[in-house]
Design a protein around this ligand. Sequence first.
Ligand SMILES: NC(=O)C1=CN([C@@H]2O[C@H](COP(=O)(O)OP(=O)(O)OC[C@H]3O[C@@H](n4cnc5c(N)ncnc54)[C@H](OP(=O)(O)O)[C@@H]3O)[C@@H](O)[C@H]2O)[C@H](O)CC1
Ligand SMILES: [K+]
Length: 516
Amino acid sequence: MKVATAEEIRQLDLEAIETIGIPGIVLMENAGLQVVRVMNAHFPHLKTQKVLVVCGKGNNGGDGLVIARHLDNQGVDVRVTLLTEKTQLKGEAKINFDIAEKMNLPIVELTSNEQLPAFRNLLLQADIVVDAILGTGLNDAVKGFYKHIIESINKTHKPIIAVDIPSGLSADTGMVYGSCIKADVTVTFAIPKRGVILYPAADYVGNLEVVDIGIPKKLISSSRIKVHLVEYANVQGVFRKRMPNTHKGTYGHALVIAGSPGKSGAALMAGRSALRSGAGLVTLAIPENLRVPLEIPTLEVMTTSLPETPQGTVSLEAYDKILNLAQDKRVAAIGPGLSVHPSTVELVLRLIRTLEIPMVLDADAINAVAQNPEVLLEAKAPVVLTPHPGEMARLTPNIHVQNNRIPVAQETARKYNVFIALKGVRTIVAAPDGNVFINPTGNPGMATAGTGDVLTGIIAGLIAQNIIPVEAAKSGVFLHGLAGDLVVKDKGEYGLLAGDLIDAIPRAIKFIQDYC
Ligand SMILES: NC(=O)C1=CN([C@@H]2O[C@H](COP(=O)(O)OP(=O)(O)OC[C@H]3O[C@@H](n4cnc5c(N)ncnc54)[C@H](OP(=O)(O)O)[C@@H]3O)[C@@H](O)[C@H]2O)[C@H](O)CC1
Ligand SMILES: [K+]
């Protein structure tokens, strides 16, 4: 499903109106009717409830007036507050105001702080509040009178239905700059806006309903919108049923270059995750000192030892051996627990320049890249990077990563011709062609040591099975989050270990396959 900015949805709206010829008033009517439909579904006793519709001066307010009219037609006790003088209304909002006025709907104009007590009184009498104050036209942080109105609504703790987006939420960034309605249900039109998907704004959305308002599907699919929300149907193709006449060679061999003293677990978890994700074979290439300790726990994962520095990290001398090891592998995962010893960093940079198989770079491999990001432009094979926000910030030191997750990932992927999985709540996968995929799975229980190593292994495991990097990153991130969700369903969030995720991978794959 595509996900839009305010400008992108305005463009779609405009094309529907001007190119296709669907009058704006029709779109507004559909929008209002859809909100009423959702309200009826959420509140079975709507007819016996008192609804207060709070309307701003733009088209979001116009939608509110349509909603009020249809609620009134259903016999609902509805009141409207208009947060502007009626003379300020324009276009479709004015048309709907005039209709509502002629229908004698109870409309109160409230425009100043002195009238706040009257507003609070109306709120007290209401059972449900419809927020039609501000939509995608928000152009600044909410302050002054609107801020008092929004805070009064939030304080009532009555069910709030937000029209299109909660008022005050930035449709583009997922940030909340001033006050924002904390909705129980948000009915968003045509396609979700970035702000209702991304955090922290997504916390204000409640249950999200995406409704059709009559913008032609073909307009949406042919639009230049490049940001997508990943859904089950988008990843099911990666986890197809296997053909009987296959063997472990069919599913590829992954090489994992990882580990240093005290961090053998990172290597092991990445390796096991690649196998759990379906790779036929996995070889862990680890510094010599880890070979014996890892011999017993590795079981199905094979190990091979590499020359090491005096500190026990993989040294530059391992270069030739790794080139040899890479000969029969389909992917190299590099980084978990590897260290940033200068010799190890030098090795990583050299491998990026020369390996001819796809690479998944994580943790210390990303820290190595941060010392010279231009090295990515020299890569001979596709590169997937899986940074957490701190690692991303090392790659892009001049931008605030968390406030700009989509543009940061998108621009870095373009600039360095790589695939990026920017981890965190709603992991962002960005491809060099500008496409971006927002991941909906996962939970805060996964904020624990080692889950990043598991993701690296999953993506490498999928690439080993000849899944192209963008699909491997997209479906790998989805699978990783889903495995976390399945664990949390059984055990709750607190005790989740990265190892639990690894064990849940097969169940998560089956869940995706069976989902309909
Ligand atoms: N295709 C669709 O999705 C459709 C969407 N519809 C609805 O229309 C809104 C967008 O309507 P728009 O008129 O562009 O904008 P808003 O209603 O969100 O509000 C804009 C007015 O609010 C003022 N404003 C902006 N920011 C603030 C602020 N921080 N504080 C106070 N006031 C603010 C602004 O006034 P200015 O004088 O400041 O410019 C605007 O007048 C969309 O969200 C949908 O709900 C259609 O109904 C159907 C098609
Ligand atoms: K709103």
